[in-house]
Design a protein around this ligand. Structure first.
Ligand code: SF4
Length: 221
């Protein structure tokens, strides 16, 4: 049984594949926070900005089989997409998707010609067959993945500063500023914002690239 919080079709807003159309499948639950506000202060990850409990979001639900979930994902890919050869793309995210993503589901979406990406906190092993791994380490949570395609670090995190990850086996390194609105800010706030700090870090450490949540700037999902 797969528990999905929500699913939607949109553009990837962050990282190396920013701007690419994808079906997002957001699984319920995470292993670093139970999703309840009263537990946030004691959670390993305390800055989650999404609702990770339940199956009540847009197109969310419980799916008994991998084929049923793969079909529901495929129903969101535009039938009029042109050219017809456009590679369909699904991003499994969450919550922590590796609590639920398994080989059966990967095989089921591969059988529908999908390229498969996952956005994970890196603390659980990944099933084989994932085509693109985006890992976003959190605080001092132990990482078990030994490589990823892109490492996206929310910045700043006192217990997870970029120096800790600069030797990790990744093709791309991104800093994603910890949420603070970067628009409608006064000049002083702007100067001290997490975005400004991340920008300054990237200028000093060119291994890292700045990743903005362009989907939020655009006001899309
Ligand atoms: S690891 Fe990700 S999904 Fe889990 S609580 Fe943190 S931000 Fe939310």
């Amino acid at each position: 049984m797969y528990k999905v919080k929500e699913m939607f079709y949109s553009l990837q807003g962050e990282g190396a594949r920013s701007g690419r159309a994808a079906v997002f499948c957001r699984f319920s639950k995470c292993n670093l926070w139970n999703g309840r506000e009263e537990s946030r202060a004691t959670a390993v990850c305390d800055f989650c900005d999404t609702s990770i409990l339940g199956t009540d979001g847009q197109n969310g639900g419980r799916f008994a089989t991998a084929d049923a979930l793969a079909s529901a994902i495929d129903a969101l890919w535009p039938t009029q997409a042109t050219p017809a050869s456009s590679k369909p793309y699904v991003i499994f995210t969450g919550g922590e998707p590796l609590l639920q993503l398994n080989t059966q589901l990967i095989n089921a979406v591969h059988a529908l010609n999908y390229e498969v990406a996952v956005e994970t906190n890196g603390t659980l092993p990944a099933p084989s067959g994932v085509d693109w791994v985006c890992m976003s380490p959190k605080a001092d949570a132990k990482i078990v993945l030994d490589r990823c395609d892109e490492l996206k670090l929310v910045f700043p995190q006192a217990k997870a500063m970029p120096e800790r990850f600069e030797s990790f086996a990744a093709d791309y390194f991104f800093l994603s500023p910890m949420a603070d609105p970067i628009i409608d800010f006064g000049p002083d706030d702007k100067k001290n914002s997490n975005t400004a700090k991340a920008l300054a870090y990237c200028l000093k450490h060119p291994q890292w690239r700045l990743s903005l949540q362009t989907h939020k700037l655009l006001g899309i999902d």
